[in-house]
Design a protein around this ligand. Sequence first.
Ligand code: LLP
Length: 479
Amino acid sequence: MRAHPAGPRHGEILAPAGAPPPPADAEALHALTEGVWPIGARRSDGGGLTPRSVSIAGVDVRDLAAEFGTPLFVLDEADFRSRAAAFRAAYDDTQVPGDVFYAGKAFLSATVARWVEQEGLNLDVCTGGELLTAVRAGFPAERIAFHGNNKSVAEIELALRHGVGRYVLDSFEEIARLAAAAERAGVVADVLVRVTVGVEAHTHEFIATAHEDQKFGLSLAGGAAEEAVRRIVKLPSLRLVGLHSHIGSQIFDTAGFEVSAHRLVALAARVRDEHGLEVDELDLGGGMGIAYLEDEDPMSPRDMAELLRGIVVRECAAYGLAVPRIAVEPGRAIVGPSMVTVYEVGTVKPVDLGSGHTRHYVSVDGGMSDNIRTALYDAEYTVRLVSRFSAADPVLSRVVGSHCESGDIVVRDCWLPGDLAPGDLLAVAATGAYCRAMSSNYNAVPRPAVVAVRDGSTQVVLRRETPEDLLALDAGLTP
Ligand code: LLP
């Protein structure tokens, strides 16, 4: 079991030998590698006159920090739209038509929901809150898929009232709950069964067996998925449109998707044999990996789509099935690299690691409340000094937050210029997915704003919370 970063592991300070190698030169220490950083991120060449700060979509980070404060999530609209469009194009195939559902859990706001709609994508929501955000933004409900492993009656009724397009059902209770609610509403709801295919994949490895021991889905091996289909086909207020599987997160190795597609097609064939019903759609879920670090090399949406189509076509031919539509649900792969977090440095504390090595603890004005991923998953990030260029030698550094907890680490091991000082701005790349979305008010810290940038102009996507916003919830304080 992994030790909590605030616990035993904290005492065992990483030897410099285990840290990433130092950058080759000052340019490498300041590089904004394509794929890790948004397409609009540029460092000015300076010409010896400016501090060579970074701009995103033509807006200098120093101006963003001055106008909107820090920490600040900066969202490159063109980057987001181009990733969404690339997914749309990758699944726009005349032989095997496909649909892309943007997974709103990664990051959702009304503005983003509108971009998703304009780029021709559908939307995956997994709570009533995400659903309300989308419908209030004017997102067409028929293009929404409602996920989640414990949809309440109230959430189901909300979805039915708005005419949500499809429901991905995760338990026998949900089947009964949705069927009853749809009947009361006098409608027939389109549903997919979330199948636990026995594959779990994350980043570089995948395991295909025995991943039944988790809360999501209806087991294929245990027969629950087939039993779910049996129940659904008997219910006049439900219509089975497809089978769904989601195998994990931050996946680079496509083998897991292949096994999953193989198993879903085999199940579709059994459904056809037992019920005389061919499903319209196979949804292979999300989880496509992104580059958090410079040496990570994710597969392009187009290559991935071709691979998935190939597998589904082959497998369907083997069973004599008509090829269904393919759906995917990327969240991270669309919004992740589009956003960076800008922090202001508050303190720099050199800590002697012994054997002649020093680590700089660089405290920034945010932390685990705006990025819990490092503490929760040992996530790794790329960080840069963005308010200026420094010729100082790099020092092994750790970017930490302002929370009262030693596990409050934003970037565990990185190299930063040795002359970093209070007031400098740092940016952490690829924080678009699951950072603002998983943010908290720990230590009564208001959550940061999200500002979109495009062609030199800015648009507030989510305003910064204020201390008054938080105090307003405290019933013990009189207004
Ligand atoms: N579809 C389903 C059914 C999912 O459960 C998820 C993610 C997605 C799509 C989107 O996955 P993506 O393409 O964004 O990887 N908080 C974790 C990730 C949790 C993902 C949960 N489900 C993290 O920060 O890495």
